[in-house]
Design a protein around this ligand. Structure first.
Ligand code: MGD
Ligand code: MGD
Ligand code: SF4
Ligand code: MO
Length: 840
């Protein structure tokens, strides 16, 4: 058993192994100081809710409180491992003294405590009078990627069949809308083709705009165990920063491509060009299983490596080397995340990753995987259930038969279900709330005052009188402070429900402890609203007939029959087994499905698909007739688009490119990680990363206070002189005005001087409608010296550049996590769907 500080040692010790063998199991555990294993009362089955990886976990309970976590060795996702957020961040927020324990309502401008009767009464009164006076379009719902499946499904039924509004979306729009959109464009429906077991079988991993070492640490540990073992996989990194991915690319003989922020599509077109020119194409497979090769060929024709080098600022030889690795490997695993989804031409660039795989017939077999990643733990369920505006079960809003199936299942008039136009995306919902056409906006489990672009505008919308705002959260967040009604929610471990990770693996998370005070589960809150509103079906029965999470789950599973996202073979009982289970789970696949499209049949049939598709440049929709005329019949689409420059290019006034993202130790707006002393200490305050050349040109040294300004706003933070490419500036977006001291009774700092989204733009991708958090123009000026280095971690991509620093500016190595234990198992448990296990 090892004991280690998992703040300093993010991944724990290596367990290297050979290609094609099972990833060894190791059980990671953390218990609160003073709690020893013998005194734990019970361990309760769950999965980690702090990123899309969905690691299987047991929650330690003592005296009615959550006091720690232990990885589940038998779970296919993590084989027992947990990362720093999972270990130190899973439970500590729950016991924080500033939890919301009673509803709040606004009285005379102030939020005051009240009872549920009063708070829900206000919402229902407002809702009913708006429905009478203005109809369903007066209502908007903005939800999350962090609720449970059952909760999204309840909300979707309320929105679509109870009220009948198309104005429902999740923060998943900011997060993985492009993942879903890219799947739909290429394969006809959402659904992750790949499997984590592809890591054990691939020859190379391409990571596109994905800082996996900081954002899915356990998945990165799994990759490191391949790159450090026999017959290692090579790494190719596409990121303007020298992340740990970039370093591993250098170490494994792969390539680090650092494109100028916002130029991904040009690079992808270059890689596609090289595959075609060098004949790295599986002609027979492409002819049998795809459509669109000729158009793609002519689209990418101009993108020679030299042309790409001009646009992206990369070495043309590096483009050739990366393409060769893709072209000559037997099996490549690709992962894509926010450096693509939140950057310019998001959907087109993400679809281009599919094109590379399709050209080589690299899909549906071990090692040849695509992971269009998710970020949030339950983003997948939001997309499946339709709380993002889509129709539940990956149904096509533009296909009357699909809408009718739902009307039949819910026993409602088909005309109640909005399907006359595409669902309203989050950015548009906020515009409607801005102009007052949405007059009731209900926000659950998200903190848009910090996380949406152009935050000064978002604050104005939330605090204005034109819209009545309901916020449902664990804490009085920056958003909740601006609400008219605040509802206290129960969180993870305090309620039961399911969620599905990025590779379709469904976990059950059981209730471990009671929520504090009068806090209720989000499911109970939504059901309470539905009851009070008196939503009924055509037979006069309650529209949402279920009372428990399990009943909601069974109702959900029933409506997935015959759809790609088939849950019909799943039940709570089945999910109480040793491991999470990847959908589809049905009679043909009772143990779940490790990877999709093994038969190269894609859900593109006109009557079956989730969308007829879009023009990747304009977002214009393909009609049913046009789609039918192409006779896709199970073939995948190769779709290309030319590169166009980002919306806001550097200028004399704003000469640098501004991009934003994450650090390993904080999760989003820090409502959970900021309340874990171990994690918060490692990244306590905001900073901005700038390259040594750009810093020197402005007289900026490590730790100096700087002002970063864009046409929309400015922040004042300390500078980390780091390994970001010249011309680019990187800011973490975690820091709103909430301070952890507030948890101990301290006040909020009302200034927004460190909020990265003060600078970002209100623009979005034409197809996925995902806002562009990763490109804007900015200027950086030095304000004054500070008394020390920037408050940025020294681990990962935020590490300082190697240069001589005065002692007072030298960052101290990031460390100091409470002791965790790790036990490597000598006998590896059985993972039913792992192909390596079948071979051995
Ligand atoms: N520790 C931690 N882990 C998390 C989260 C968290 O908040 N903290 N959040 C979770 C969620 S919801 C999400 S969505 C994921 C996000 O996970 P990631 O996408 O891995 O994280 P980001 O830091 O947003 O962005 C990834 C990288 O994109 C690069 N990038 C910026 N602009 C461009 C560009 O134009 N082109 C390219 N190629 N790259 C660019 C950045 O340098 C950055 O390293 O993380 C999940 N995991
Ligand atoms: N500039 C910039 N902005 C970004 C990004 C970026 O890279 N750059 N990334 C974007 C991405 S990918 C994402 S995912 C978003 C994340 O942005 P947000 O969704 O705003 O971030 P969180 O802090 O996770 O907010 C979740 C909220 O839900 C609450 N909560 C947690 N569990 C529960 C529950 O069970 N019930 C209820 N009712 N509440 C709960 C938490 O307390 C918290 O307030 O930020 C986006 N914004
Ligand atoms: S990788 Fe993600 S799911 Fe796994 S422990 Fe870390 S935060 Fe939790
Ligand atoms: Mo996200």
């Amino acid at each position: 058993m090892d004991v280690s500080d998992r703040i300093a040692d993010i991944y724990g010790a290596r367990t290297p192994h050979t290609k094609g063998t099972v990833w060894p199991a190791r059980v990671d555990q953390f218990l609160d100081p003073g709690v020893d294993e013998g005194s734990v009362d019970s361990w309760v089955q769950s999965a980690c809710l702090l990123c899309s990886n969905g690691c299987g976990v047991d929650i330690a309970v003592k005296d009615g409180r959550m006091v720690g976590v232990r990885g589940r060795a038998t779970d296919v996702v993590n084989h027992g491992r947990l990362g720093p957020k999972g270990l130190y961040g899973s439970t500590r927020w729950a016991n924080s003294s500033d939890r919301l324990t009673r509803p709040l309502v606004r009285e005379g401008g102030r939020l005051v405590e009240t009872d549920w009767e009063t708070a829900m009464g206000r919402i229902v009164d407002r809702s009913k009078s708006l429905l009478d006076a203005k109809g369903p379009l007066s209502h908007g719902f903005y939800t999350s990627g962090q609720l449970f499946l059952e909760e999204y499904y309840a909300l979707a039924v309320i929105g679509k069949a109870g009220i009948g509004t198309p104005h429902m979306d999740g923060n998943t729009r900011l997060c993985t809308a492009t993942s879903a959109a890219a799947f739909k464009e290429s394969f006809g429906a959402d659904g992750q083709p790949g499997s984590y077991t592809d890591i054990e079988h691939c020859d190379a991993v391409f990571l596109y705009g994905h800082n996996m070492p900081e954002t899915q640490t356990v998945l990165w540990a799994r990759i490191l165990d391949r790159t450090r073992g026999d017959d290692p996989a090579r790494i190719v990194c596409v990121d303007p920063r020298r992340t740990l991915v970039a370093m591993e690319a250098e170490r494994t003989g792969g390539v680090h491509l650092a494109p100028r922020v916002g130029t991904n599509l040009a690079l992808m077109n270059g890689l596609t060009h090289e595959l075609l020119v060098n004949g790295w194409v599986d002609q027979d497979w492409v002819a049998a299983h795809t459509l669109g090769l000729d158009d793609l060929r002519s689209t990418v024709e101009p993108y020679t490596p030299e042309h790409v080098a001009d646009i992206c600022g990369v070495d043309p030889e590096d483009v050739r080397r990366a393409a060769r690795i893709f072209g000559e490997s037997e099996a490549v695993l690709s992962t894509v995340l926010q450096g693509f989804y939140q950057s310019h031409q998001a959907t087109a660039a993400s679809v281009a990753v599919h094109n590379l795989h399709l050209l080589r017939g690299m899909i549906g077999r071990p090692g040849a995987g695509i992971l269009q990643m998710n970020g949030q733990p339950t983003a997948q369920n939001n997309r499946e259930c339709g709380a993002d505006g889509d129709l539940p079960g990956f149904r096509n809003w533009d296909n009357p038969h699909h809408v009718q199936q739902l009307a039949d299942a819910w026993d409602v008039d088909v005309m109640t279900i909005p399907h006359w136009a595409p669902p309203t995306h989050a950015m548009q919902i906020f515009s409607y709330a801005e102009t007052g056409s949405i007059e009731l906006l209900w926000i659950s489990a998200t903190n848009p005052a910090v996380s949406m672009p152009e935050s000064a505008r978002i604050r104005r919308i939330l605090e204005g009188d034109q819209c009545f705002v309901v916020v449902q959260d664990l804490f009085l967040t920056e958003t909740a402070e601006l609400a008219d009604v605040v509802l206290p929610a129960a969180g993870w471990g305090e309620k039961t429900g399911c969620f599905t990770n990025v590779n379709r693996t469904v976990h059950l998370s059981e209730k471990a402890v009671d929520p504090p005070g009068e806090a209720k589960s989000d499911l109970d809150i939504f059901l309470m609203y539905a009851d009070r509103m008196g939503f009924t079906n055509r037979s006069g029965e309650p529209l949402l007939g279920w009372r428990t999470a399990e009943e909601a789950f069974d109702a959900w599973a029933a409506i997935t029959a015959g759809r790609p996202v088939d849950y019909t073979g799943l039940s709570y009982d089945k999910l109480r087994g040793p491991t999470g289970i990847p959908w589809p789970v049905n009679k043909e696949h009772p143990d779940g499905t490790d990877r999709l499209y093994a038969d190269a049949v894609f859900p593109t049939d006109t009557d079956y698909c989730e969308t007829y598709g879009h023009d990747l440049i304009t977002g214009g929709t393909v009609t049913e007739q046009e789609h039918r005329a192409m006779r896709p019949a199970g073939r995948a689409f190769l779709k290309g688009a030319p590169y166009t420059p980002p919306h806001e290019e550097p200028s004399d006034d704003f000469p640098l490119r501004y991009t934003t993202g994450r650090t390993v130790y904080q999760f989003h707006t820090r409502t959970k990680t900021g309340r874990s002393a171990d994690l918060n200490r490692a990244a306590p305050d905001a900073w901005v990363e700038i390259s040594p050349t750009d810093a020197d040109a402005r007289g900026i040294a490590e730790g100096d206070w700087v002002r970063v300004k864009s046409p929309r706003g400015a922040i004042e933070v300390r500078a980390r002189v780091g390994d970001v490419m010249d011309g680019a500036v990187f800011a973490p977006f975690h820091y709103g005005h909430w301070e952890p001291a507030a948890a101990a009774g301290g006040g909020h700092d009302d200034a927004n001087h460190r909020l990265a989204n003060e600078l970002t733009m209100t623009v979005w991708d034409p197809v996925s409608k995902q806002p562009t958090f990763k490109t804007a123009a900015c200027q950086v000026t030095r304000l004054r010296a500070s008394d020390g280095p920037a408050p940025a971690p020294t681990t990962g991509a935020s590490a300082p550049a190697e240069r001589d620093l005065a002692p007072r500016r030298r960052p101290r190595p990031t460390q100091g996590g409470g002791p965790t234990t790790s036990t490597t198992l000598t006998e590896t448990p059985t993972y039913p769907l792992d192909p390596a296990q079948e071979d051995s």
